[in-house]
Design a protein around this ligand. Structure first.
Ligand code: NAD
Ligand code: GLY
Length: 355
C-alpha cells in the first residue's frame, strides 16, 4: 500500500494536520473522533455512494444531507444545517465532519465556525478539486445575493483526510474540474508545472493524480501557513484564473467551478500577454495543458459576464478589477485594470477564439 503522508498547516493560532494518501480514511477517520459526538454533513450523491462507509466507520451519527450541487451552497441550506446541529444537541466539544466536495466543505466549515462560535471540523474531501484545494486552508463560504463566496469565514479544519479511495467513484467531469485547480497550482509552483508538462498526455491517470494531490496540498499548506488571512499577497495568488472564472460561473452557471477556473485562466492569460506581463511562449505552454482538459468557449456575452468581476474580493476600488496572472515559470503578477478595459479585453479574447 502507498505511504500515507502528513502535511501540516501551521499558523500562529492553528495547527491543521492533513493526512494524505491511500488508506488514510481507514487509518484515521474513526480514531480521530473516538469518544466524541459527531455530526456529518454530506451531499445526496456522496451519501448514496458512501452511506455504508459512514455506518461502518462512525456508527449511526446524525447526518445532514444537502442536495448535490453548487445551487445548494446558499443561506437556506446553511441555516438548515445549523438547525439540525441544534436538534442533534451538539456541544462545544462535538465534531463536524464534512464528507463531500468543495460545496459541502465550504458550507459545513461555515456552519462549524458559527455554531457556538466554533466547533471542531474535520474535512474529508471526496472530489479531486476538494482534495487538492478547497479542503485545505480554512476558507468557508456560501454564495449569497447572487455573488459567489461573498459570505464566509476563515476557519481551519483540525484535520483533513485526503484519501484517493473516493476518486474511484468520481465522474470524468469531476476529474476535469480538479485538474482546473491543479493546473492553476502549476502556474504558482514551477516543480508542479514541470510535472504537469511531463505528464501532459496522462493528466487523468490515477497514479499521476495521487502524486500530484500531495504536491498541491504541500503547496497550499505552505501558502496558508505563510499568509492565512490573505494579507501579504501570497494567498491571493491562489485566486489565479478565478476573477474571470467566478464572473463566468455567476453568469453562465451551466459548468462547474473547476471548469470555469480553466476557462478563466485562458481568458486572463490573453490579458497577461496583451499587457506585456507574460510572453506568448509561456502562455502557450499553459494553454497546452488547459486544452488537454477542456475546450475553451468563445463567450458571446463575455463582456457583460465579466462586469460581475466588480464583486471580486481582491478589488480595492470600485470600477477596478484586480487579478493574479502568470508571469513566468512558477511566478505570478497582480494586474489591476479599469473594469471597462478588462471587459474589452475579455471580449477581444472571445473574438480571437471565434476566428
Ligand atoms: P461539489 O462539491 O459540487 O462536487 C462535485 C460533484 O461531485 C457533486 O455532484 C458531488 O455530489 C459529486 N461527488 C463528490 N464526491 C464524489 C465521489 N467521491 N464520487 C462521486 N461523486 C462525487 O464541487 P467541487 O468541485 O468539489 O467543489 C467546488 C466548490 O468548491 C465551489 O463552490 C468552489 O467555490 C469551492 N472552492 C473552495 C475553495 C476554498 O478554498 N474553500 C477552493 C476552491 C473551490
Ligand atoms: N482557493 C483560494 C484560497 O484558498 O485561498
Amino acid at each position: 500500500m502507498a505511504e500515507i503522508k502528513t502535511v501540516t498547516v501551521n499558523t500562529p493560532t492553528v495547527k491543521s494536520d492533513i493526512y494524505c494518501g491511500e488508506g488514510a480514511f481507514n487509518k484515521y477517520a474513526a480514531d480521530l473522533v473516538s469518544g466524541k459526538d459527531i455530526f456529518v454533513v454530506t451531499d445526496s450523491n456522496v451519501y448514496s455512494l458512501y452511506s455504508n462507509l459512514i455506518k461502518d466507520t462512525f456508527g449511526t451519527p446524525p447526518v445532514y444531507i444537502v442536495p448535490a450541487g453548487e445551487k445548494s451552497k446558499n443561506e437556506r441550506q446553511l441555516l438548515n444545517i445549523l438547525k439540525a446541529m441544534v436538534a442533534a444537541g451538539l456541544r462545544r466539544n462535538s465534531v463536524v465532519i464534512a464528507l463531500g466536495g468543495g460545496v459541502i466543505g465550504d458550507m459545513a466549515g461555515l456552519a462549524a465556525s458559527l455554531y457556538m462560535r466554533g466547533v471542531q471540523i474535520i474535512q474529508i474531501p471526496t472530489t479531486l478539486l476538494s482534495q487538492v484545494d478547497s479542503s485545505v486552508g480554512g476558507k468557508t463560504a456560501i454564495d449569497f445575493c447572487g455573488v459567489k463566496n461573498i459570505v464566509g469565514t476563515f476557519y481551519q479544519p483540525r484535520y483533513v483526510i485526503a484519501d484517493p479511495l473516493f476518486l474511484n467513484t468520481l465522474p470524468a467531469r469531476e476529474i476535469r474540474c480538479g485538474l482546473g485547480e491543479i493546473i492553476k497550482t502549476g502556474c504558482l509552483n514551477g516543480d508542479i508545472f514541470d510535472k504537469l508538462t511531463a505528464n501532459a498526455n496522462n493528466l487523468k491517470d490515477v497514479t499521476f493524480l495521487k502524486e500530484i494531490i500531495y504536491d498541491c496540498i504541500c503547496h497550499k499548506a505552505y501558502v496558508v501557513t505563510e499568509d492565512e488571512r490573505e494579507t501579504t499577497g501570497l494567498r491571493k495568488t491562489l485566486n489565479l484564473g478565478h476573477t474571470a472564472g467566478h464572473a463566468f460561473e455567476l453568469y453562465y452557471k451551466k459548468k462547474s467551478h473547476g471548469e470555469f477556473v480553466l476557462i478563466g485562466m485562458y481568458y486572463e492569460l490573453y490579458i497577461a500577454v496583451k499587457s506585456g506581463i507574460c510572453t506568448q511562449q509561456y502562455a502557450d505552454s499553459i494553454i497546452k495543458l488547459i486544452k488537454k482538459v477542456i475546450t475553451v468557449p468563445a463567450y458571446g456575452d463575455g463582456q457583460k459576464a465579466c462586469m460581475l468581476s466588480k464583486y471580486d474580493k481582491k478589488n480595492e476600488r470600485a470600477a477596478e478589477v484586480s487579478m493574479v496572472v502568470p508571469r513566468e515559470h512558477g511566478k505570478t503578477a497582480e494586474l489591476k485594470l479599469p473594469l471597462d478595459e478588462y471587459a474589452a479585453l475579455i471580449n477581444e479574447c472571445a473574438n480571437s477564439l471565434k476566428g
